[in-house]
Design a protein around this ligand. Structure first.
Ligand SMILES: Cc1ncc(COP(=O)(O)O)c(C=O)c1O
Length: 460
C-alpha cells in the first residue's frame, strides 16, 4: 500500500549556522581545496524526500537538488534498495574491458528515449558531465576529421580542459588556466529576455544564426567545424529557454555544412523539464534531432555516472580509442535504472501522478504560474521562465538591468527561512527541486519565497 507524503514545514532548531555546522565548516576551511565556494552555512546530515536535515537538526526544504541531481529526492527507498542489491553482487569490473548486463540494459533503456524510426544510437558511459562533454567533442573531431567547435556564451560544460574551453559563462573558470583547447569559438545564446546582437525576443534566434553565418563567410570556414555544442535550455547561464524554432533552424544550418549538433542535456535532461530531454519540448514546433547528447547530474539520483549518446552513424571511433576505469560503474548504473523506473512511471511515487516526468510538468506549471503572479507584488522579479521543474527567476533593477546584489540577498533570505536554493547567471535564482516535489511542498516553498521577498521589499 502506498502512503502519501505528509506535508511538512522547515524546522529550524538553531540559528544558522548551528554550532556543529560551524565547527565542521571551520575544519573544512582548513583542509579542503581553496577553490570550493561556501555560500550557504549548511552541512547535511541526512535527507528524506525533498527534505534535508543538517548536523544540528535543522530541516530545510530542498529547492535545488544539489544542482538538479537528486531527481528522486534524498534516500528514495527504491534507489536505496537497487544500490544495496548491486553492492552485494559486485561494485566494479571495468566496463571498458568487460560487458555488464546492468550497463547494457541501461544503454538500451536510454536510447529508447531518443531513437526515431530507422535510427540507432549507442552509449558511452563516464562519471561526470564534463567527461561526457569531453567524449562528445573527441567523438565529433574523430568522426568528422575536422577540428573546430562552436559553443555559446553563457554556457557551462564542465571544468576539465576541453569543457572549460567550451564554457562561456564566467572568466573565473579560465583565468590563469591557459592555454586552453585550440579551435573553439563562442557565439551568443538566444536569450529572449535579454536579446543579443541588438535583436528582439522574437527574432533573437535568427540574429544568432545570422551571426554564425557571418562567421562562416569571414573568419571560420564551416567545412573545418566538427560540431556545434549547445544546451537546449541553458542552465548555469540563467535557466534560459531559447525561442521556439531556433534549434530546428540551427539543425538546418549544421546540416548544410556537415556540422554535428551536440545537445548538452547534463542539467536540463533526465525528465527535469517534463520530457526525458529538454530538446524534446520543441517537438510540436517541428522537432529537432541532434547527433550527440550528453547527460549526467539527474541520471542516477546522486550517484556519479554520465552518458554520451550518439547516433550509430556518428559513433565510428575505433576499438580502444576511448574508455574510462570507473565509467558506467554498476552501482551507479543500478541507481540510474531505479531513477528511470520512477521517471518513466514503471515504479510510482505516492502523490506524483503516473510518473515523475508527469509530476515535473504539473508541479512546474503550478510554480511558474504562482511566481508569475508574484511579479505584480514584486516588480524586481523581471522574468520568470522555464519548463517543468527547470525554473529561473531573474532579479532586475528599476531600469531593467540585472540586479545580482538583490538576487544574492533574496537567495540568502530564502535560505534563512529554510529553503535551500541556488543562484545562476548574473541575477537569477534557479528552482530545480527533486522531481518528487508535491504541490503541497511546492506551496510551502513558494510561501517561504514570498516571505523572503516581502522582507526584502520592506528593507528597500
Ligand atoms: C550543461 C552542463 N554541462 C556539463 C556540466 C559539467 O558537469 P560535471 O560538473 O558533472 O562535470 C554541467 C555542470 O553544471 C552542466 O550544467
Amino acid at each position: 500500500m502506498t502512503t502519501l507524503p505528509k506535508p511538512r514545514q522547515p524546522e529550524l532548531k538553531t540559528s544558522l549556522p548551528g554550532p556543529k555546522t560551524a565547527a565542521i565548516m571551520a575544519r573544512d576551511a582548513q583542509h579542503l581545496s581553496t577553490s570550493y565556494m561556501r555560500p550557504y552555512p549548511f552541512v547535511p546530515d541526512h535527507g528524506e524526500g525533498v527534505w534535508l536535515t543538517d548536523v544540528d537538526g535543522n530541516t530545510m526544504l530542498d529547492f535545488f537538488a544539489g544542482i538538479a541531481v537528486s531527481t528522486t529526492g534524498h534516500a528514495h527507498p527504491h534507489v536505496v534498495k537497487s544500490v544495496q542489491e548491486q553492492m552485494t553482487r559486485f561494485a566494479h569490473v571495468c566496463l571498458t574491458d568487460y560487458p555488464q548486463e546492468i550497463t547494457t540494459s541501461l544503454a538500451e533503456r536510454l536510447v529508447k528515449h531518443i531513437e526515431k524510426p530507422g535510427e540507432k544510437w549507442r552509449v558511452f558511459f563516464g562519471n561526470s558531465g564534463a567527461e561526457a562533454v569531453e567524449a562528445a567533442v573527441k567523438l565529433a573531431r574523430n568522426h568528422t576529421g575536422r577540428t573546430h567547435i562552436i559553443s555559446t556564451l553563457g554556457s557551462f560544460h564542465g571544468r576539465t580542459y576541453g569543457a572549460i574551453t567550451l564554457t562561456g559563462s564566467k572568466t573565473k573558470y579560465k583565468r590563469g588556466f591557459g592555454p586552453l583547447l585550440p579551435g573553439v569559438s563562442h557565439v551568443p545564446y538566444p536569450n529572449p529576455f535579454r536579446p543579443p546582437l541588438g535583436s528582439t525576443p522574437e527574432f533573437c534566434g535568427d540574429a544568432v544564426l545570422a551571426h554564425v553565418k557571418n562567421l562562416f563567410q569571414t573568419v571560420l570556414p564551416p567545412d573545418e567545424v566538427a560540431a556545434f555544442i549547445i544546451e537546449p535550455m541553458q542552465g548555469e547561464g540563467g535557466y534560459i529557454v531559447p525561442p521556439m524554432g531556433f534549434l530546428k533552424k540551427l539543425r538546418g544550418l549544421c546540416d548544410q555544412h556537415g556540422i554535428l549538433l551536440i545537445f548538452d542535456e547534463v542539467q536540463s535532461g533526465m525528465g527535469r523539464t517534463g520530457k526525458m530531454f529538454s530538446f524534446q519540448q520543441f517537438e510540436e514546433y517541428g522537432g529537432v534531432q541532434p547527433d550527440i547528447v550528453t547527460v549526467a547530474k539527474g541520471i542516477a539520483s546522486g550517484l556519479p555516472i554520465s552518458a554520451m549518446l550518439a547516433k550509430e552513424s556518428v559513433m565510428t571511433w575505433p576499438v580502444g580509442s576511448h574508455g574510462s576505469t570507473f565509467g558506467g560503474n554498476p552501482v551507479a548504473a543500478a541507481a540510474a535504472h531505479a531513477t528511470l523506473d520512477l521517471l518513466e512511471g514503471v515504479v510510482k511515487h505516492p502523490g506524483c501522478g503516473d510518473s515523475l516526468m508527469e509530476n515535473a510538468t504539473s508541479v512546474g506549471d503550478y510554480i511558474l504560474s504562482e511566481l508569475r503572479a508574484m511579479q505584480t507584488e514584486f516588480p524586481f522579479l523581471g522574468d520568470v521562465r522555464g519548463q517543468g521543474l527547470f525554473i529561473g527567476l531573474e532579479f532586475v533593477k528599476p531600469d531593467g538591468s540585472p540586479d545580482g546584489k538583490l538576487r544574492d540577498a533574496a537567495s540568502m533570505a530564502m535560505f534563512e527561512k529554510g529553503l535551500l536554493n541556488l543562484d545562476c547567471g548574473e541575477a537569477v535564482i534557479r528552482i530545480s527541486p527533486p522531481l518528487i516535489l508535491t504541490r503541497e511542498d511546492a506551496e510551502t516553498g513558494l510561501e517561504i519565497m514570498r516571505g523572503a521577498l516581502r522582507s526584502l521589499s520592506t528593507q528597500r
